[in-house]
Design a protein around this ligand. Sequence first.
Ligand SMILES: Nc1ncnc2c1ncn2[C@@H]1O[C@H](COP(=O)(O)OP(=O)(O)OP(=O)(O)O)[C@@H](O)[C@H]1O
Length: 296
Amino acid sequence: MTEPRHESMPISTPAQASESPPVSFTPDAADKKRPVQPQQTPGEPPLAALSIRGLAKRFGEKIAVDGVSLEVPAGSFYGMVGPNGAGKTTTLSMATGLLRPDFGTALVHGVDVWAQPLAAKKLMGVLPDGVRLFDRLTGEQLVTYSGLLRGMDRDVVATRVSELLAALDLEADAGSLVVDYSAGMTKKIALASALIHAPRLLVLDEPFESVDPVSAANIRGILESYVASGGTVIVSSHVMDLVQRMCSHVAVVAGGRVLAAGSVDEVRNGSTLEERFVQLVGGGHRTEGLEWLRTF
Ligand SMILES: Nc1ncnc2c1ncn2[C@@H]1O[C@H](COP(=O)(O)OP(=O)(O)OP(=O)(O)O)[C@@H](O)[C@H]1O
């Protein structure tokens, strides 16, 4: 029997004291009163927003993640790219406390995700891939519930919910059940749930998948201003052009290992990211054996 892909819902972090009133999706507004702050010695380099050290996961005979280590600098827009089955979702699930690693650790702003899960999850907003939402709630109820679970003041939640629904073009469907949403609408409502508490770190697994171009541009705008305000975003994506344009840093993952990581310019090294990706990952066009497809 394969083990469940995730161990808990993404928004299960228990509530803490309510946030301060100013409505903002930037990370600093919600941070000021946070009791959990990373320990940093003066003079030392800033703590990474996410530090992944030797994460590994095996499913039966399959080694999905084979000792992945990554440093995601605070304030970066970090892309994770890799072919299908590379281990991106498994790595991000372990790094965000959704899937227990066999080996390795993950620290969010210096807080160990598995040793101090509540403290670490307060610092994060997560858009997981393939995790079921409470889809018998309406979109508005789901995002409200996410905010209240985090202990936020009801009025602050109400204001943020309406701003998020407007920003993500979901106002007209706010009263519809999430189970009736399209794939792209579901992605957007899950993103709103991840943003509601203005976390310091956003981990978004394929946030643009199924999302229409106008909504994708809106989401990009929200994320870019979030990063400009000091937040950190990690996105996994298959769209190299988007990652090259949007991200400051990138990691190329294949076969459960990191093949290259650093600033986008370092990794692409004069080529386009797509060309570099194909060089690193290998492959190419294989059409042998498909002759029958041209015989209709
Ligand atoms: N619960 C599970 N049980 C068994 N195998 C799993 C499970 N979850 C992932 N795997 C396997 O682990 C490997 C990595 O999967 P993962 O979903 O992390 O890849 P990915 O890089 O996110 O892929 P994609 O780009 O297609 O979403 C794959 O071979 C997958 O089949």
